[in-house]
Design a binder for this molecule. Structure first.
Ligand code: SER
Length: 584
């Protein structure tokens, strides 16, 4: 069976058995507790908790799906025969419809009846009972008595193997039964009965369990693994999911080793899917992951001197192979995003390589400084100069990262006295890490706002005051009349355009008078020391979109600001306007 036929057969089987087929949700989940979608059940969480009603939304208590998933934990592992960053997960779900009996029978029937897998090849596991959750006698009996799996092919395991719940997070969870073919796990059936309350003080595994409003079933079967098994090939890269792309990469880049070819194939496919779902390269969260995947490929191209342009080749392949089931991958913007990242990388790497060359040996602190200055991720320094960083592990690098974060936080606290507040400059206020992140984004947004106002309304605009909370920025400025709707829109668009461009936010220390010469804006009410920090958005001070005297903190790149929105424009006294704006 081709991979396409396998997908179809799965949906068909469950549809015929009373399930509504639901399209995959985005890799970027609505659920703020996860960075990227890692399981089929994520889009259905609210049906288990009773917040949403499956019958109302899908016309059935039971659904099935093929879900796009991404697991960041496997990035380092990619390149061997089994690990992938992006993968698809087949799943059937029930929200208060059926439970263990039907779930087990459906799975068995699909594997043996539809796919024709010989029952001799099958072994299963059930939950042995642990803590407050009892042994799953019922699942055992269904397998043994109803289906006839011999006792020696059913093993019992505790929480670490046969209990599924969201790691370190809140969500539905419960005991599982797993199905193995030739000793390889193919399908995980979760009987969701509980809701795991995240309780950091209790440590994971000890988290509080509450009974679920709508108990039900959540199953997940890794698609690629199933395809490998059914097609009898050695790895997913030999299956029809990847074979054409692997062939193409080998053709145009014969200098790559087998492991790198696999990394290319995996990362190219993943990146395209991430971009198709709206992820853009940046220095945080999902954007950072995307940047890492793309830059890893680009770095290998440099190392192996690969000149072929693999981005369009991969995009053609993904469109052809996956476009029918995931039409979003056909978006022509995908190539634009990849090309833009490539040119950014080329700048970074040119500077980074010459920096790396200057070192005999690179310590963790130096690797961090290379990262901070040139945006060259640690992995790349490792790949570019393995012998120079031989003694430094990823953990050492992470420690430097943490240390740096603590230093900047300590700096802010000391400087502003603390008083129970993490940060209070009179302009910015934040009481914890989360708020600090938000006000930092709003702070950069305020700089961009002032620069945009001056471009749209002229140099009459000058700052009269500002106040930033975690919800919004409030910016007062000198200007004699009300803004037109058109002008407000123009200003907003201009800020968003700079956000989209993802300019670096830089800072230089300068003599005060010299700083004034550069045209950097400063606030007349403020008394500045002889040496000042000038923050600017852009690659150089000369061409910066915005430059201001400022004590920080700011984001490192403008994309981190997020979508900017002007909420209100009003007058405060003669000749002074006030704009309230927020970021999303
Ligand atoms: N949520 C379970 C898993 O991810 C079953 O879908 O394995």
């Amino acid at each position: 069976m081709s991979s396409e036929e396998i997908r179809k057969s799965f949906l068909k089987f469950f549809q015929e058995n009373g399930h509504a087929a639901v399209p995959s949700s985005s890799l970027l989940p609505d659920d703020p507790s996860v960075l990227l979608t890692t399981a089929g059940m994520q889009q259905f969480k609210k049906y288990f908790t009773g917040e949403l009603d499956s019958e109302k939304d899908f016309g059935s208590k039971n659904t099935c799906s093929i879900q796009k998933c991404f697991r960041t934990s496997d990035i380092e592992e990619t390149g061997d025969k089994t690990h992938l960053t992006f993968f698809e997960m087949l799943g059937n779900f029930s929200f208060g419809g059926y439970l263990k009996k039907e779930a087990i029978h459906f799975a068995y029937e699909y594997l043996t009846g539809v796919l024709g897998i010989n029952r001799e090849r099958i072994t299963v596991t059930v939950f042995s009972g642990e803590g407050s959750v009892p042994y799953d006698q019922e699942a055992y009996d269904i397998w043994h008595k109803e289906i006839g799996i011999p006792a020696d092919k059913i093993s019992k395991h505790g929480r670490s193997d046969n209990f599924w719940g969201p790691t370190g997070n809140e969500g539905p969870c419960g005991p599982t039964t797993e199905i193995y073919v030739d000793g390889v796990e193919v399908w995980n059936l979760v009987f969701n009965m509980y809701y795991q309350k995240s309780d950091p003080s209790a440590g994971s595994g000890q988290a509080k369990l509450e009974l679920l409003k709508t108990p039900g079933v959540d199953t997940g079967m890794g698609f690629e693994r199933l395809v490998v098994m059914l097609q009898g090939v050695e790895s997913v890269y030999d299956s029809d999911i990847f074979a054409d792309l692997i062939k193409k990469i080998n053709e145009v880049a014969p200098e790559l080793k087998e492991r790198e070819v696999r990394i290319f194939a995996d990362h190219l496919r993943s990146s395209i899917f991430l971009i198709a779902d709206g992820v853009r390269p940046s220095n945080k969260e999902a954007g950072y992951i995307l940047r890492r995947l793309l830059r890893r490929i680009l770095a290998y191209q440099v190392i192996y001197d690969v000149h072929a342009d693999l981005f369009p080749i991969a995009h053609e392949f993904v469109k052809e192979k996956f476009g029918k089931i995931y039409p979003e991958v056909k978006d022509s913007k995908i190539m634009e995003v990849m090309i833009a990242e490539k040119s950014k990388f080329e700048r970074a790497i040119a500077n980074g390589i010459s920096a790396v060359k200057k070192y005999e040996k690179i310590s963790a602190a130096e690797a961090f400084s290379i990262y901070e200055t040139f945006g060259l991720p640690f992995e790349l320094v490792q790949e570019l100069a393995p012998e120079k960083v031989a003694g430094v592990s990823r953990e050492d690098f992470q420690k430097e990262f943490k240390k740096h974060q603590e230093i900047s936080r300590a700096g802010a606290e000391k400087k502003f006295g603390g008083h129970g507040l993490l940060l209070d400059t009179g302009e910015l206020k934040a009481k914890d890490e989360v708020e600090l992140k938000k006000v930092t984004r709003l702070h950069t947004a305020t700089h961009l706002l002032q620069a945009a106002l001056r471009r749209v309304l002229g140099n009459e605009v000058s700052q009269k005051g500002s106040d930033i909370t975690a919800e919004r920025t409030r910016f007062d400025f000198a200007f004699s009349r009300k803004l037109t709707t058109d002008e407000v829109q123009k200003v907003e668009d201009m800020v968003n355009d700079i956000v989209e461009k993802d300019l670096p936010m830089n800072c230089v220390k300068m003599d005060k008078d010299e700083a004034k010469q550069t045209g950097a804006l400063f606030f007349f009410k403020e008394k500045y020391p002889d040496e000042v920090n000038v923050y600017f958005a852009g690659h150089s001070l000369d061409e910066a979109f915005s430059k201001e005297f400022c004590g920080g903190p700011h984001v490192t790149h403008t994309a981190e600001v997020g979508k900017f929105k002007i909420l209100k424009d009003e007058a405060v006294g003669a000749g002074t306007r006030r704009i309230r704006a927020t970021v999303r």
